[in-house]
Design a protein around this ligand. Structure first.
Ligand code: ADP
Length: 198
């Protein structure tokens, strides 16, 4: 099975690109969604978190208190390691299962942290959606009504643009219009269909 890892910084256009592939009938597995699924109430990782930290790690509806947990692991690397040990293998397992169940000619794994998380090991090729940092900031701010400094902090926590580009098998430039993006993606879709038949 040909699996393409789709990534890019916040606001680069990953969602726009993955929507294009989904509309073309390609199975898209979203690492962000899977990361949330493994900590839903009752799931094994959720149980482990509840057992370790008690009710303070949960909100009233029993979903994770993400702000509390973020603070916990931010101030303590050992806690971060523990939490990642509980969640990362389960995320990986679920990604592998969902990708292996895909019935389209090839599949897409979309992940904001494809390179940072080691999820790039699950894919045969990587596709980076690229825009200049200033465009990232502009579009992410407009989308999320987030403060600019918060977007810049998220960008700073992701791998630098140049490094991401150097790791890419393919790059699409999303600094133009959505149509410019779709033209590049259509050409890649055709290339991936050919590769999937090889
Ligand atoms: P990501 O998923 O990488 O964070 P999105 O696909 O959500 O990025 O794109 C960020 C924002 O920019 C969204 O509001 C989206 O509609 C908009 N956007 C994406 N591509 C373009 C484009 N080529 N021109 C203008 N706006 C765009």
């Amino acid at each position: 099975m040909l699996i393409i890892g789709l990534t890019g910084g916040i606001g680069s256009g990953k969602t726009a690109a993955s929507d294009f592939f989904a509309d073309a009938g390609i199975q898209v597995v979203d690492a962000d969604i899977v990361a949330r699924e493994v900590v839903e109430p009752g799931e094994p990782a959720w149980q482990a978190i509840k057992h370790r930290y008690g009710q303070s790690a949960l909100l009233e509806d029993d979903t994770l208190n993400r702000a509390w947990l973020r603070q916990k692991v931010f101030s303590d690397p050992a806690e971060r390691q523990w939490l990642e040990g509980e969640t990362h293998p389960r995320i990986r397992e679920s990604l592998i299962r969902q990708l292996s169940e895909a019935s389209s000619p090839y599949a897409i794994l979309v992940s904001p942290l494809l390179f940072e998380s080691g999820q790039s090991e699950l894919v045969s090729r990587t596709l980076v959606v690229d825009v200049p940092v200033e465009t990232q900031v502009e579009r992410a701010c407009a989308r999320d009504a987030n403060a600019e400094d918060q977007i810049r902090r998220i960008i700073a926590a992701q791998i630098p643009r140049e490094e991401r580009l150097s790791k890419a098998t393919e790059v699409v430039d999303n600094s133009g219009s959505p149509d410019d993006l779709y033209k590049q993606l259509q050409a890649l879709h055709e290339k991936y269909l050919t590769l999937s038949q090889a």
